[in-house]
Ligand binder design. Structure first.
Ligand SMILES: Cc1cc2nc3c(=O)[nH]c(=O)nc-3n(C[C@H](O)[C@H](O)[C@H](O)COP(=O)(O)OP(=O)(O)OC[C@H]3O[C@@H](n4cnc5c(N)ncnc54)[C@H](O)[C@@H]3O)c2cc1C
Length: 412
C-alpha cells in the first residue's frame, strides 16, 4: 500500500487529496498543515467585514477527513525534508515518511525593508486567518488603517474594512489599483467607487518610511512624494514569498520565485511534486486547484499535464462592479505588432488586444456576457481577422462549424 503525504491544506493540497483518493482507493494519505482550519483565502475579507463566519470560509465537505480517509496533522509545521530517508521533518521533532510527497505550502507576506517598520507591533499581512483575527481585534480601537499595495489582496482588505467605521487609506507604487489585471480606464471605475466610500488613495508613490512612537508603534506613513498619512494600523499586502524555507537544504531545485516543477508537477526528485502558489508563478486559486489535481494524478501514476492556459484570467466583483481580465491588458504602446480595440457605452467597457489576428488579452467591465466567446477565441487561437465584422460583435456562429460528412462540430 502506497503512502502519500501532502503538505498544505488549501486549494492545491486539498484538491490534490481529492484526486489522489479518486485514483487510489487503498493508499494511506497524510495531510500536514500549519493551518488548523481549511478555508478560502479569497473570501477572508468577508470574515473581516463580518459577512461570514469561520465555518462559511470552509471550502471542503464537513466530513472531508472521513470522506477521503485522510489523517490530518493540523497546526504542525514542516521544518525540513530528509530525501534520503524519504521523510518530512516536523516542528514537534517527529518525522513523517512518504512514498510520494506533494508540497503545496503556498506563500507568506513579504514585509519590505521600509525604514523604522521592522518589528512594529501594529502591522500585519493579509493572508492567513490569524492575520484577520488580529485586524478584526485592532479595528475595535484603531481608526486610521493604511494598506500598502492595491493588488487583489489589498483591495480585498479595503473592501472588508468599508463598513467597520475606520478611515482607510490605500497606497501603491503602481499608477492605479489592480494594475496587473486592469488598464487605467477599467481601474478608474473602482478608484471612483472606493473614493465615494471615503477610501483615500495614493498611486504612483512608494512608502519611504514609517514614523513610530516610543513603543515602536507606527503612527504615520511617509510617502515618496512627502505626504504624511496618520496611521495607527498598517496592513502590508505589497509582496509575497513562497513557503520554501524548509526546503533550503533538501537539494530540491528552487528558483528565485519558489519551488521548481514541470507541467506534470514533478520536481527534480521523481517522488516529490509541487503545486500552487509555492512556485511563485501564477498565484491564483484556479491555477492552484488545477496544479494540485494534475500533480496528484501523476503521483498516482495517471499521466496528466498542466497547460498554462488562462493562468492570467481574473474575474472580480468589488463594490458591485464586475470585471473579467484575460491575459495581456496593458501592452507596450511602442509595440507596433499589437492592435487594441476598445468599446465604451455607459458603464460598460470592453477592450481586446490582439497580435497577428490572435487575441492576447481582453478586458470586460460592466457586462461580462462576451466572456464565453472571448475565452473560446483565445483558447482556440481563432484568427479574428477572418471575421468580417467588429470584434465585439463576434459570436459563436462566426467560428463554430460542422463537418458536412461526419456532422462533427469544430471551431476555426
Ligand atoms: C486575501 C487574499 C485574497 C485572494 N483573492 C483571490 C481571488 O479573488 N481570486 C484568486 O484566484 N486568487 C485569490 N487569492 C490567491 C489564492 O488564495 C491563492 O492562489 C491560493 O490560496 C493558493 O493556494 P495554495 O494551496 O497554493 O496555497 P495557500 O492557500 O497559501 O496554502 C498553503 C497551505 O500550506 C500550509 N503551510 C505553509 N507552510 C507550511 C509548512 N512549512 N508546514 C506545513 N504547512 C505549511 C498553510 O498552512 C496552508 O494550509 C487571494 C489570496 C489572498 C491572500
Amino acid at each position: 500500500m502506497k503512502k502519500y503525504v501532502v503538505i498544505g491544506s488549501s486549494a492545491a493540497g486539498v484538491n490534490g487529496i481529492r484526486e489522489l483518493r479518486k485514483y487510489d482507493r487503498e493508499a494511506e494519505i497524510v495531510l500536514i498543515s500549519k493551518d488548523s482550519e481549511i478555508y478560502s483565502r479569497c473570501i477572508l475579507h468577508e470574515y473581516l467585514s463580518g459577512m461570514r463566519s469561520i465555518d462559511r470560509l470552509r471550502f471542503v465537505e464537513k466530513d472531508f477527513e472521513t470522506l477521503y480517509r485522510v489523517t490530518w496533522k493540523k497546526g504542525l509545521e514542516a521544518v525540513g525534508l530528509d530525501r534520503a530517508a524519504k521523510e518530512v521533518i516536523l516542528g514537534d521533532g517527529t518525522r513523517e515518511s512518504y512514498d510520494k510527497l506533494l508540497i503545496a505550502t503556498g506563500s507568506h507576506t513579504f514585509f519590505p525593508p521600509i525604514k523604522n517598520m521592522a518589528g512594529s507591533p501594529n502591522m500585519i499581512g493579509f493572508r492567513n486567518i490569524d492575520d484577520i483575527e488580529v485586524l478584526k481585534e485592532a479595528v475595535k480601537t484603531k481608526k486610521h488603517i493604511v494598506i500598502l499595495g492595491s493588488g487583489l489582496v489589498g483591495i480585498d482588505c479595503a473592501t472588508g474594512l468599508l463598513h467597520l467605521g475606520v478611515k482607510t487609506v490605500l497606497c501603491d507604487f503602481a499608477g492605479w489599483l489592480l494594475n496587473k489585471q486592469l488598464d487605467h480606464e477599467a481601474a478608474q471605475a473602482y478608484i471612483d467607487a472606493f473614493a465615494a466610500h471615503g477610501v483615500e488613495q495614493h498611486y504612483g508613490v512608494g512608502v519611504d518610511e514609517v514614523q513610530i512612537n516610543d513603543d515602536h508603534e507606527i503612527t504615520a506613513v511617509v510617502l515618496s512624494d512627502g505626504t504624511v498619512i496618520p496611521c495607527d494600523f498598517f496592513v502590508v499586502t505589497a509582496g509575497v514569498r513562497s513557503n520554501v524555507e524548509f526546503l533550503q537544504e533538501s537539494g530540491l531545485e528552487l528558483s528565485r520565485t519558489g519551488l521548481v516543477y514541470d507541467e506534470t508537477g514533478r520536481t527534480n526528485d521523481p517522488d516529490i511534486f509541487g503545486a500552487g502558489d509555492v512556485s511563485g508563478l501564477s498565484p491564483i486559486w484556479p491555477v492552484a486547484v488545477k496544479e494540485g489535481m494534475i500533480a496528484a494524478a501523476n503521483m498516482a501514476g495517471v499521466p496528466e499535464k498542466m497547460s498554462d492556459f488562462f493562468a492570467s484570467k481574473s474575474t472580480m466583483r468589488f463594490l458591485d462592479i464586475s470585471t473579467m481580465s484575460l491575459g495581456e491588458v496593458n501592452p507596450d504602446p511602442a509595440d507596433e505588432t499589437v492592435r487594441v480595440e476598445t468599446y465604451r457605452k455607459g458603464d460598460v467597457y470592453k477592450k481586446i488586444v490582439h497580435r497577428d489576428g490572435k487575441i492576447i488579452g481582453a478586458l470586460l467591465q460592466g457586462d461580462l456576457a462576451y466572456g464565453g466567446v472571448l475565452q473560446q477565441l483565445i483558447a482556440r487561437q481563432i484568427d479574428v481577422r477572418r471575421v468580417r465584422k467588429p470584434l465585439f460583435d463576434i459570436d459563436y456562429s462566426d467560428f463554430f462549424h460542422m463537418h458536412s460528412d461526419s456532422y462533427e462540430f469544430y471551431y476555426e
